[in-house]
Design a protein around this ligand. Structure first.
Ligand SMILES: Cc1cn([C@H]2C[C@H](O)[C@@H](COP(=O)(O)OP(=O)(O)OP(=O)(O)O)O2)c(=O)[nH]c1=O
Length: 195
């Protein structure tokens, strides 16, 4: 049994998908990027901070923290502040390729590891009417980059290069390999079967 230090329903579903038993405990951390902080360093820091904060309350437990952000032309795309912010992000991503970075951190007392996984996502060219209709669904509100590839936002995506689950919020192949290093069983026990 691990501790999932996340309030994200997507991460819960993804971890269930690979058969990892877990319970949820969340400690809030400040998600403000530091001045000039690079995107990969930003997500790695947040994933570790989320996991460390919960680990401090659970000696001996393996704690998983994670953070997802979009990156367009080196700029970090976090969750939109409001509809206008979501519109600005979606207009900027229209017809272009952005990156989704998810960091996964595992912390068990003073033993910790973190990995950042990148997926390239290419958006269709979107009209202003499409963008407004998508924002009106409410889906962009709690998602990095203002869309959900697993939901209605699927139709905005022309293609991806890399891990799909990484875009949704947890890169499952890499997470499974990290969990094996911490001797946490998943459905696939054979270590020779790594991707
Ligand atoms: C790009 C993209 C992001 N997202 C979501 C995944 C994350 O939940 C969210 C990014 O915010 P995060 O801050 O990474 O996570 P969170 O606040 O939802 O949960 P917690 O910090 O407690 O772990 O964006 C999607 O669901 N689909 C997508 O296609």
């Amino acid at each position: 049994m691990i501790v999932l230090a996340s309030s994200s329903p997507r991460r819960r579903e993804l971890l269930q998908q690979i058969g990892v038993p877990f319970r949820i405990q969340v400690q809030a951390v400040d998600e403000t990027p530091r001045p000039a902080e690079l995107p990969a360093a930003y997500v790695a820091r947040l994933a570790l901070e989320k996991a460390r904060a919960v680990s401090a309350l659970n000696p001996g437990a393996v704690v998983l923290g994670s953070d997802t952000t979009g990156v367009l032309a080196d700029q970090i795309l976090v969750k939109p502040e409001d509809d206008a912010d979501a519109r600005r992000m979606l207009q900027a991503m229209s017809g272009r390729t952005h990156q989704v970075l998810t960091a996964v951190a595992l912390v068990q007392d003073d033993h910790e590891t973190v990995q950042v996984v990148r997926t390239d996502v290419t958006f269709c060219t979107l009209t202003d009417a499409q963008i407004d209709a998508y924002i009106a669904t409410g889906e962009p509100a709690d998602k990095a980059g203002a869309y959900g590839i697993q939901g209605l936002g699927a139709v905005l995506v022309a293609g991806i290069n890399g891990s799909y689950s990484n875009v949704v919020g947890l890169p499952l192949t890499e997470t499974a390999a990290m969990l094996r290093e911490f001797r946490i069983p998943i459905w696939q026990q054979d270590p020779s079967r790594e991707c």
